[in-house]
Design a protein around this ligand. Structure first.
Ligand SMILES: Cc1ncc(COP(=O)(O)O)c(C=O)c1O
Length: 425
């Protein structure tokens, strides 16, 4: 990439032409040429093969096969989990399954981890973590009379890892049962060092539960090599499995039989179809399942993984870093004069795949921008998130999107919008 700040559109076009991943965009439905989509960090695009595959599952699997199709469907949660483990998460077969939502998986694993550390009374979390994570931990702490300690994280720069390590190594360290963290912050995009956190927690005797929702598919992950205990994450963001698709859940192999989750459903039962009288969890990962998976939603992971597996995550990360660098430089050159300021870590290697920009009128700007065909999102109090999904986001998308944003600011178009919050964003 050139080093001058005013990167021309021609230069962005050249970056697209040289992009080794450029052909993968054709594997997605991108049928509105005037729409610039910079929100794949919230909902990934529809893979072009998904409608056909779902049609087949519905007509042949459901329509013709009827209940007999469960003979095939029964292991899809695990089979697709194994594929995700191998390509995206750096985990071993039998360590990842697709089930429930990220929120529910987080609850199941957090509760299981707390039960595994009965003498300890403290849970350590990030004050700025995604709301559902904070609420679930507040609930668990209240139900069990535990102390929830939240480390203050900088809204732009994320958690201070030295402070985290000091807390784990300090006087209270021995009382910490569980640490719950997002690897990439949903708001700022700040990226933590997973291996370092895992080491510090292990030394303190605590388990770590990672939320990988904003990392899966854009950050090279090595759950096994980095000593990860537990993880959950969303599949509808950079993994493109579709709105509300079942989330992933990871439990390290040697922990599986030592942990017991609190929702005792028949999918976790040993010899499930014997319909035995008492709950007795199966030995492996299936004990973290609860009930029948939402099969049609789960099925969408198949074509999504077919596309994702075309690109090693290291290549996706490389492109994501370059997209982020372009966005950061254009924002600095074009948007600072309109009162924007970067609200993500300045060092690209400390960021995930979205860039946050703070602006006092960010909410109205986001709505006005959508009306002009640029879809990014707003997060309170004053952040625009520019999400770059390297499977399909082009360098020219970033250039054009930020160009439309600077034009909007130049015309003050957002000022005509009401300040009332729309009910649906
Ligand atoms: C980081 C993070 N964790 C958890 C969730 C919650 O996921 P779900 O609503 O699918 O349970 C989200 C949703 O966007 C998220 O961004």
């Amino acid at each position: 990439m050139t080093t001058d700040t005013a990167i021309t559109r021609d230069a962005a076009e050249r970056l697209d032409a040289e992009d080794p991943l450029r052909a993968l965009r054709q594997r997605f439905v991108c049928d509105e040429p005037d729409t610039i989509y910079l929100d794949g960090n919230s909902l990934g695009r529809l893979p072009a093969a998904t409608p056909g595959f779902l049609d087949q599952v519905v007509r042949e699997g459901w329509g013709t096969g009827l209940v007999r199709s469960w003979e095939t469907w029964i292991d899809w949660s695990r089979r697709l989990g194994d594929r995700l483990a191998a390509h995206t998460l750096g985990a071993r077969p039998g360590e990842v399954v697709l089930s429930d939502s990220t929120s529910v998986n987080l609850y199941k694993l957090a509760a299981a981890a707390l039960d595994a550390r009965p003498g300890r009374r403290t849970v350590l979390a990030d004050s700025d973590d995604f709301p559902t994570n904070r609420y679930l931990l507040q609930g668990l702490a209240a139900q069990r009379g535990l102390k929830l300690v939240t480390l203050r994280s900088d809204p732009d720069l994320g958690l201070d890892q030295d402070e985290l390590a000091r807390t784990l190594g300090g006087a209270t360290g021995g009382d910490i049962a569980l640490v719950v963290l997002s690897l990439v912050s949903y708001r700022s995009g700040a990226l933590l060092d997973m291996a370092a956190v895992n080491r510090a927690a292990e030394a303190a005797g605590a388990l770590v539960l990672w939320d990988l929702s904003h990392a899966g598919g854009v950050i090279p992950l090595r759950l096994t090599a980095d000593g990860a205990d537990l993880a959950v994450g969303s599949t509808y963001k950079y993994l493109n499995c579709g709105p509300g698709a079942p989330a992933f859940l990871y439990v390290r192999r040697d922990l599986q039989t030592r942990l017991r989750q609190p929702v005792w459903g028949w999918y976790g039962q040993r010899d499930q179809f014997a319909m035995g009288e008492r709950y007795e969890p199966v030995d492996g990962l299936d004990r973290f399942l609860v009930g029948t998976p939402p099969l049609l939603s789960l099925a969408a992971a198949e074509p999504a993984l077919d596309v994702l597996e075309q690109a090693p995550v290291t290549l996706l990360r490389e492109k994501s870093l370059r997209l982020g660098e372009l966005a950061a430089r254009l924002a600095e050159a074009w948007l600072t004069p309109y009162g924007f300021r970067p609200a993500s870590p300045p060092d690209p290697v400390r960021r995930g795949s979205h860039l946050a920009l703070a602006h006092p009128d960010a909410e109205r700007v986001c709505r006005a921008l959508r009306a002009r065909g640029v879809i990014c999102d707003f997060r309170p109090p004053d952040r625009l998130r520019i999400g770059m999904a390297p499977l399909y986001t082009r360098f020219t998308d970033v250039w054009d999107g930020l160009d439309r944003l600077r034009r909007l600011m130049g015309s003050r178009g957002h000022e005509q919008l009401s300040t009332a919050r729309p009910r649906v964003t």
